[in-house]
Design a protein around this ligand. Structure first.
Ligand code: GTP
Ligand code: SPV
Ligand code: MN
Length: 653
């Protein structure tokens, strides 16, 4: 079969690369994405015609669509994610590795003819505001129109990017295929993908700065600007160039005295970044604005401070649990121009999910495309058959919206967007915003206090390296709910050896122009539970109480309880103003404050042992699947081992 003609590009590198993949993938047609609204909506309408999108009611949800994915394709696939560095040890103990030459040969075979009967879209995109000195550029080739319209929301796409690249600008080449070629006359399915998990590949070549993805059309597997580029490839670039690419939200907080603070927070997937990033503070007089909800790129400034931009352009947010009570700003962000994936369709052309705080419709269509019905004894639940009870539905493990169902919403819809910060500006200059505090966290039902302040940068790096969290539905895994170590919330996203990553964090202090100006580091936990499984802390808007304490610490206005694990607030210093929500779930119960702010010594001894075991696991191990230990470097830095030993000794006293 003859290949179609490769379109012309002013940039020779772009042309050569598109031409190469045109010959391998053999698409029926090639479309270069311009990035206009008309083009975006035309692709959505084309997908409606093909049965791949459902158009939602244009009055209730203008320009909004619903997609349902294949059952094999509902989240990231960590088991099929590879870091293909030349040397295995450069991938490190947290990553699957394969020799890059071997992987390229294997995947090229899979890509051969993989776009037959399909259109290849060329998506030029920017990670960050076009022209900002921190911004990087990429081009994604994909045979998935779903990916095109999601990339249009999540990144800045289109002709402006090509223009910016000019005749010889560089870009990160990202090749993506759903891996489902069509024979002549074969009808397409609603969600094409490679159905067997073992046929999916999410591959990064950090040394070449290339991304090759095959077989999945979902989220971070397929929207290659996000985890593959902005974290895995960028983290390696950042290490080589002295900056940081982190799984962090960025927010702007303004105190009643009108002082501004910029805060980042790294929590693992589905552990509360989007929620904190657009939270409505309960504390009177405090204002919070969003810059980003998932990824931060941070560069050291000449003044020693770290300056951050959000490389993304939209939110790929977890739907279930997003309600007017928990995150009204996220719901408002989804009002128009949003793509919903794997949520419930209501009879009036709207969407619904569990814990949306809205009564379920009498009947609807669940994420698998089957009918679902309001629960007999709980108007906020749905079941697969009419008249089922809450207990029956729970026992079946049934949910009508998939636990990792998501909304893809434009950031510009967010009512509390910090527009300047989002555009990479601070005091009118394109530097990004200076960060005052960095938070780490995770879902920890026990042991970890509500908030813990690091005593130094190194101690903060230790706290980040020691992070752990219950595994959530954001990844396809048989360990959901179990606590796993997730250093800096980056476990699935390191583009290189985790030991070198720890060292890089330490280097940020050593190489800083003024280390005293680095952000303070805190470890938070909104997820402590009582013995009978109730949250001890209301979370969400009440988290502003913790942010206030952090600001007061930065200002030196409040003393802390200096403990072996770090500096904790005295319970009296957590401001409980406005603690009168009619719903007790959204009220701080002062009786838990002491527990939340006391060191559980026995729990911490176990914690320290587990962290030590994770360090031992990381030491000199070439990759996740190898069992031989290398004799070369790539060990957990001595400075972190030292903190571990110090904390351990203090706990014994
Ligand atoms: P990714 O997009 O996967 O990186 O996730 P994320 O870190 O942005 O998580 P998100 O904010 O979407 O929250 C995921 C889930 O955690 C939702 O169901 C939220 O309702 C819940 N959640 C968020 N913040 C809190 C909190 O402070 N307390 C409690 N109890 N739950 C929370
Ligand atoms: C995450 O899992 O951390 C996400 C969703 O933000 S995804 O884009 O699929 O990685
Ligand atoms: Mn994330």
């Amino acid at each position: 079969m003859a290949t179609v003609k490769t379109p012309k590009f002013a940039n020779g590198k772009v042309f050569a690369w598109v031409d190469k993949w045109n010959r391998i993938c053999k698409p029926e047609k090639i479309v270069v994405v311009k990035g206009t609204k008309e083009e975006h909506l035309a692709i959505c309408e084309m997908m409606v015609k093909k049965g791949q999108f459902i158009k939602l009611d244009p009055k209730k949800r203008p320009d909004c669509y619903l997609a349902r994915s294949h059952e094999s394709d509902v989240a990231r696939v960590e088991g099929r994610t590879f870091i293909c560095s030349k040397n295995e040890i450069d991938a490190g103990p947290t990553n699957h590795w394969m020799d890059p030459v071997e992987m390229k040969a294997k995947m090229t075979k899979a890509y051969t003819g993989c776009m037959k009967g399909r259109t290849m879209y060329v998506i030029p995109f920017a990670m960050g505001p076009i022209g900002n000195p921190i911004t990087q550029y990429g081009i994604e080739l994909t045979d998935s129109p779903y990916v095109v319209v999601n990339m249009n929301i999540m990144t800045r796409t289109g002709s402006d990017v090509l223009k910016h690249l000019g005749k010889d600008g560089s870009f990160v080449p990202c090749i993506h295929s759903v891996g489902a070629p069509l024979k002549k006359g074969q009808k397409d399915v609603a969600w094409p993908c490679a159905k067997r998990i073992e046929d999916k590949y999410i591959t990064q070549f950090p040394e070449d700065g290339e991304i090759w993805s095959f077989g999945s059309g979902y989220g971070g597997n397929a929207l290659l600007g996000k985890k593959c580029f902005a974290l895995r490839i960028a983290s390696k670039l950042a290490k080589d160039q002295g900056w940081m690419a982190e799984h962090m939200l960025i927010l702007t907080l303004t105190s009643p005295e009108k002082k501004q603070y910029h805060v980042t927070a790294a929590f693992p997937s589905a552990c509360g970044k989007t929620n904190l990033a657009m939270m409505l503070p309960k504390l009177p007089g405090w204002k919070l604005q969003t810059i980003g909800d998932d990824i931060a790129w941070l560069k050291p400034g000449a003044d020693g401070r770290l300056y951050a931009i959000n490389p993304e352009n939209g939110f790929f947010g977890v739907a279930p649990g997003t309600s007017n009570d928990s995150n009204p700003n996220a719901l408002k962000s989804c009002k128009k121009g949003t793509i919903f994936t794997n949520v419930v369709l209501t009879p009036d052309g709207d969407i619904w999910w569990e814990d949306m705080g809205i009564k379920a419709p009498k009947e609807g269509v669940d994420w698998k495309g089957n009918k679902c019905y309001v629960c007999a004894d709980d108007p906020y639940r749905m079941g697969p058959k009419p008249g089922m009870t809450k207990k029956e539905i729970k026992e079946m493990g049934y949910v009508a919206a998939h636990k990792n169902s998501r909304f893809t919403a434009p950031a510009e819809n967010c009512p509390v967007l910090d527009k300047a910060g989002f555009n990479g500006l601070y005091n009118g200059k394109p530097t990004g915003v200076p960060i005052d505090a960095m938070l780490f966290g995770g879902r920890r039902p026990s042991t970890i206090p509500l908030v813990n302040e690091a005593k130094s940068w190194t101690h903060g790096v230790f706290l980040g390296s020691a992070a752990g969290s219950e595994v959530t539905a954001a990844v396809i895994s048989d360990q959901i709910g179990q606590v796993r170590r997730d250093p800096m919330a980056m476990l699935p996203f390191f583009g290189y050896n985790v030991c070198d990553y720890f060292q890089h964090w330490l280097e940020m202090e050593r190489t800083s122009a003024d280390a005293s100006k680095l952000p303070r580091i805190y470890f938070v936990n909104w997820f402590r539970k009582t013995a009978d499984g109730k949250f001890m802390w209301p979370g969400f808007g009440d988290n502003s109480r913790v942010l206030k304490w952090i600001c007061q610490r930065i200002e030196g206005k409040v003393k802390a309880n200096e403990t072996p694990i770090g500096n904790l607030p005295f319970p009296k210093d957590i401001d409980l103003a406005n603690n009168d929500d009619p719903n007790p779930n959204f009220r701080v119960d002062p009786k838990y404050l002491k527990d939340l702010l006391t060191v559980d010594v026995e729990g911490w001894k176990k914690e320290i042992a587990t962290v030590g075991a994770s360090y031992d696991e990381y030491d000199a191990k070439p990759s996740k699947d190898s069992n031989v230990r290398s004799t070369t470097a790539h060990r957990v830095p001595k400075a972190l081992r030292q903190v571990l030993a110090d904390v351990s000794a203090k706990l014994e006293n």
